[in-house]
Write a protein that binds this ligand. Sequence first.
Ligand code: COA
Length: 355
Amino acid sequence: MRSKIAGIGYYVPERVVTNDELTKVMDTTDEWIQERTGIKERRYGRKHEETTATMAAIATRTACERAGITPEDIDFIVFATLSPDYYFPGCGVLMQRELGITHKEVGALDIRNQCSGFLYALSVADQFVKTGTYKNVLVVGSEMHSMGLDFSTRGRNVTVIFGDGAGAAVIQPSDDPDRGILATKLHADGTYAEKLAFINPGCHGGYHFKKLGEDADFGYPPANTYGEIFLTPHMMEHGQYYPNMEGQFVFKLAVQKFPEVIREALDAAGLKTSDIKLLIPHQANLRISQFVQRQLGLSDDQVWNNIQRFGNTTAASVPIALCEAWEAGKVKDGDLVCLAAFGSGFTWASALIRW
Ligand code: COA
């Protein structure tokens, strides 16, 4: 048995934030951002009103409607995000409550695989559906980055890239054995975990830095005392509770891993790059997508990019882009669609879908 995407939806907040708007709070320029990343604008959610879980609920309602089901019909939830509403519990249960389906007590699994999160979630859903365990698995990627970024010049290399949004898909059994999810490939390598990371607040206590031989002062009290390990006043004072990224390091690995994992999925399905009708890459940087496009010999028409309008929405970026492409009529029955992502961890993944 194969599984298929029976319905897909997305939601982005109304508020458009242009590059020029960011120049008011940090030392950056529209020219720098566009040239290095391709981004012109991104969306930010309404503070105190919208959250990662509420945006996901909106995208879910659309996905359910398009799949011809109601949220009540969902058998299992797989939720991917790196910007959860709470440290715990995860967004899966919060979205379940938001949708008003807690009485059904369906399982909710939270996935922490950053930019590859949606593809990891899709693969989990694929296994549940293929084995006949569930009939309507909801897969969600949602991010409210704007609540946790450093809007000073110190954080500019990270902050200008990210935006808010959500995407959701309903995964069901496919009635046609030749159509649906043909292959998913998942990878991870934690060697460079800190190169793109959001490490505080956390329970690491400086351990990994010591082991890596790196100097890092988080202002910890002596080891024989209690408390103040998770979030210290020193971390607050020195802005050590924001995401950090070594951009060029990430870039170099991304352009290597994207083509690799795409080719791996094609091999597994016995297909070639020329069979791909549309590639939906994770929207990390327009230059990364263009590099991957060249590597695979695809035309502009075969790659969907929307980073210009939404920035990088991490776990939400693949489903938002896929949904947009589908709405634009670029994904038709029988088309071979390839999804691919690379991100923090590092983790990377791909999926091939015969639509
Ligand atoms: N505005 C203006 N200048 C900026 C800036 C900003 N927003 N951010 C960084 N700079 C400056 C740096 O301080 C540096 O200045 P210096 O040369 O005086 O030290 C200069 O620009 C170059 O920085 P660098 O980091 O080398 O730029 P880059 O060309 O690598 O572009 C990224 C930066 C982040 C856009 C790019 O590395 C990238 O996209 N990497 C991959 C990121 C990614 O994919 N992340 C998500 C994975 S899911």
